[in-house]
Design a protein around this ligand. Structure first.
Ligand code: URA
Length: 423
């Protein structure tokens, strides 16, 4: 087999054979296929697509590139959730301990933020002492003792995807449905969860900008999961505006703790409960009541134990950025747009995100929202507070918000998007 014939086949819009797919994924993982050759193939896939048979084989080859975890020793059924990523998406933080409090085991392998979207591990690392890197044995131990664990995926899990995702990130080939679906599902299937709920984001702050593409991505991933024996379902959810009232690491931890304490913004609570119900159904725990677990403190109790089990202090004060800058409403009326992408880029420029994998993030940086689309606002009222340790970034962060905040005249009839768009 030679790589040039595989690249040519996809360039010329042919279906790749199972042998070609198995060989190219394996050879790239071993370093026999060079990055520039895999970049050319990724771009050919980006432009010409892959059919369901090819995507299934590509996913299987990426799973086979590494180890598979096994949770068969656990007494509880396993349930996992994956979000395709957005702005202010802190749902994993309250959701994992909540679902654990209802009787499932939640092995949540999470990632770091890149670009304008945040990463769960960066958020949790705002908690003093908390550790994202656990061995497989430590992960199983926390899962067994607490019921939920949120940690980084080990190097042994789908190593082909690790290499390919890093390559796609720097070659403009991330936003391709076959590549996203196979990337996400290879990790989730290799992780060994029994059931999986996908939160596929739609809107300016998401990979998928329109609902048709999001539906195709969701369907592709549900089929891949089902074919591998993982009970998989998907919700399509709104990402035209940030989730909740915060975007940024420590700010989002604070908001998640508010949700676990029985408060928090309505959209975060609604999505957390909807995903919890999906996960519990898929895990066969249909009688569990996640709203009760939020109200009676058992979800909070699981959160505290999960953070402590990973070295964190749930009572430690969270980092606060050194400088704040408030943006006020320029007129009175109805807030119609608070654009997720604009807020995400602005928070990233303030230091909440990173441009390269090795960059540090500022724990306290980010944006607090004081209003949401649909709210009536008064001229001069605070709309956003920007937080950073590097105030020289304020002008760039403000520039990112240009055109992202729109206020219509008072009395304008405007209905914001629902949080959950489809199942
Ligand atoms: N998240 C992943 O893990 N892979 C992708 O391709 C996109 C988002």
């Amino acid at each position: 087999m030679d790589v040039i014939s595989v690249i040519r086949a996809k360039r010329d819009q042919q279906e790749l054979t199972p042998e070609q797919i198995d060989w190219v994924i394996d050879a790239y993982t071993r370093g026999e296929v060079a990055h520039e050759q895999m970049s050319a193939l990724a771009m050919a896939v980006f432009l010409n697509g892959m059919n369901r048979t090819e995507i299934a084989r590509w996913t299987a080859a990426m799973i086979a590139s590494g180890e598979r975890m096994d949770f068969a020793t656990l007494a509880r059924p396993t349930a996992d959730k994956h979000s395709t990523g957005g702005v202010g998406d802190k749902i994993t933080l309250p959701l994992a301990p909540l679902v654990a409090a209802c009787g499932a085991a939640v092995p949540q392998l999470s990632g770091r933020g890149l670009g304008h979207t945040g990463g769960t591990l960066d958020k949790l690392e705002a908690i003093p002492g908390w550790r994202a890197l656990l061995s497989n044995a430590e992960m199983l131990d926390v899962l067994d003792r607490v019921g939920s664990v949120i940690c980084a995926a080990g190097d042994g899990l789908a190593p082909a995807d690790k290499k390919l995702y890093a390559l796609r990130d720097v070659t403009g080939t991330v936003e391709a449905i076959p590549l996203i679906a196979s990337s996400i599902m290879s990790k989730k299937i290799a992780e060994g969860t029994g059931s999986l709920v996908l939160d596929v984001k739609v809107g300016s702050g998401a990979f998928m900008k329109n609902i048709e593409d999001a539906r195709e991505l969701a369907t592709t991933m549900v089929e891949l999961g089902t074919d591998h024996g993982v009970r998989t379902s998907a919700l399509l959810t709104d990402m035209s505006t940030p989730l909740g009232l915060t975007a940024g690491n420590a700010l989002e931890v604070r908001e998640s703790v508010e949700v676990l304490a029985g408060g928090g913004p309505a959209d975060v609570v609604e999505l957390t409960l909807a995903l919890a119900r999906e996960m519990l159904d898929a895990a066969g725990l249909k009688d569990a009541d996640p709203a009760k677990a939020l109200a009676d403190g058992s979800a909070m109790d699981h959160w505290r134990r999960m953070i402590q089990a990973q070295g964190g202090d749930p009572d430690a004060p969270l980092p606060v950025a050194r400088e704040q800058h408030t943006v006020n409403a320029s007129s009175s009326g109805v807030l119609t747009t608070l654009d997720a992408y604009a807020v995400g880029v602005s928070a990233w420029r303030l230091g909440a995100g990173r441009a390269r994998k090795e960059d540090p993030v500022q724990a306290g940086a980010g944006i607090e929202l004081h209003a949401k689309p649909g709210d009536e606002v008064k001229e001069g009222q605070p709309l956003l507070t920007l937080h950073t340790d590097t105030p020289e970034k304020f002008p760039y962060a403000l520039e990112a918000l240009d055109g992202g905040v729109l206020i219509a005249p008072p009395g304008t009839d405007f209905t914001p998007n629902p949080v959950i768009l489809d199942r």
